[in-house]
Ligand binder design. Structure first.
Ligand SMILES: Nc1ncnc2c1ncn2[C@@H]1O[C@H](COP(=O)(O)OP(=O)(O)OP(=O)(O)O)[C@@H](O)[C@H]1O
Ligand SMILES: [Mg+2]
Length: 418
């Protein structure tokens, strides 16, 4: 998630909080979801290797999630992105068993969710998880305050305590004064704030968002994204956020998992996804992204050369290129990338110009990146990508573009990304 640190206009990526921890909140291993008749005959058999359309024609089954593994760290904002039908909702619903996985493991704080009985599952859903949906899912005949208190009510919290908590949450999401309104008296953006407040009221360990802002107009949507960033900063929850909007993914995500046809295509930080897309599918997604707005000094820095003076200006490792352009181009010395007093690398005009002038990574030839392009243009990135336009992944070749970002173009200091 992008946050403000040194100045209100300077974008930096914190990431470090999530990176430094190795304990996983969620550990997903070899997860499959096959819809259709007798789905278990598909997983682990040659049928599983068939392309989606052929499998459907032959068996009536659809592989919505195909052998997906990943971990989510405490306080991380983990984004799942992909075109419509790529399996995002199914994947995320499998994590709380709103959809029953066909195979694989889902460990939450080390506990195998797939082995949980009904009672345990109910307990987890009431106390540890909360969801925010695209259609808000509010109860129309209940006031804002009662909607926000709903999760606490079904959990059995007393009236005074739940209203107190609900009022705090209403205030937190900026809806004070609307406690007694009904959902249909609120705008879409306000209704989704109620959805956010309701999810936060139960103080969950993990918040799941399934395209929560897709129904909102672009300005309100931007407000709500900023709201999520603010809330994340204030409450520090682990968040799993589905979107098909790349700009939203880059803005919110500490890491992004890109899906296609049920498969994990790439998983990595915004730097990795934009700076080193693993295949044409991801490259198409990130094509029009102004790289200077996403790539960080950590990504572009290099080790200092022995003869280089190290008395130049300093910057942090998570500052986006756009925000150090002037410093670097004006400096007569290499700009030092420093974290906690430690010199991580240096950035010079050469690295900056490499970002500003280079085409999207991996493209053999191409036009310069649109540095000055308005950020709203980014929202359309990938939207027009036809599945037919991208190179299919060879299901027989596990190395064909399904792993996390490779080291191509990856400079010093970013090796801690697993
Ligand atoms: N209940 C179901 N029964 C059968 N097939 C399903 C079911 N739910 C989803 N699918 C199929 O699984 C695939 C993945 O669907 P899913 O809803 O997870 O995709 P998505 O990435 O969330 O798409 P969108 O962006 O449109 O929400 C699709 O091909 C879909 O048709
Ligand atoms: Mg969906």
């Amino acid at each position: 998630m992008v946050t403000t640190m040194t100045s209100p206009t300077q974008q930096v990526r914190p990431g470090a909080a999530a990176r430094s921890e190795d304990r996983a909140v969620l550990d997903v291993r070899g997860l499959w979801k096959v819809f259709g008749p007798r789905p278990d005959r598909v997983v682990g058999t040659p049928l599983a290797e068939l392309p989606r359309s052929e499998l459907r024609a032959r068996t009536g089954c659809v592989t919505a999630v195909r052998d997906v593994s990943f971990t989510v760290r405490p306080r991380e904002v983990f984004v799942v992105m992909g075109l419509s039908g790529s399996g995002k909702s199914t994947l995320v619903r499998c994590l709380t068993r709103l959809v029953e996985p066909t195979a694989g493991e889902v460990l939450f704080d080390g506990e195998d969710i797939r082995k949980a009985g009904d009672r345990r599952l109910r307990e987890l859903r009431r106390h540890r998880f909360a969801m925010v949906f695209q259609n808000f899912g509010l109860l129309p005949h209940r006031r804002v305050l009662d909607n926000v208190a709903y999760g606490l009510e079904i959990r059995g919290t007393g009236k005074a305590a739940r209203y107190e908590r609900a009022r705090e949450m209403v205030e937190l999401v900026g809806l004070s004064g609307f406690e007694d309104s009904y959902p249909d008296q609120l705008s879409g953006g306000m209704q989704q704030r109620v959805g956010l407040a309701r999810a936060l009221a139960v103080d969950p360990d993990v918040l799941f968002f399934d395209e929560p802002f897709s129904a909102l107009d672009p300005l309100i949507r931007r407000d709500m994204q900023n709201e999520v960033i603010r809330l994340h900063r204030e409450v520090g929850k682990t968040m799993i956020f589905i979107t098909h909007d790349l700009a939203e993914a880059l803005k919110l995500g500490d890491r992004i998992l890109v899906m296609r046809d049920g498969e994990l295509v790439q998983m990595g930080t915004p730097d990795e996804v934009v700076g080193a897309p693993v295949d044409d599918y991801v490259r198409e997604f990130v094509r029009d992204v102004p790289r200077a707005n996403v790539l960080t000094t950590r990504w572009i820095m290099r080790p200092p050369r022995p003869d280089e003076p190290l008395d130049g200006p300093e910057t942090g490792p998570d500052v986006v290129v756009r925000d150090v352009v002037h410093t670097v181009l004006r400096a007569t010395r290499p700009v030092k990338v420093v974290e906690g007093g430690e010199l991580l690398g240096v950035v010079t005009a050469e690295e900056i110009l490499g970002v500003l002038a280079e085409p999207v990574a991996g493209e053999p030839t191409g036009k310069p990146a649109d540095f000055a392009g308005p950020s709203s243009d980014r929202t359309s990135a990938g939207a027009g990508v036809g599945v037919g336009a991208v190179k299919p992944i060879d299901p027989a070749d596990p190395s064909s573009g399904r792993t996390s970002a490779g080291s191509s173009g990856k400079p010093v200091g970013s090796g801690e990304q697993g």
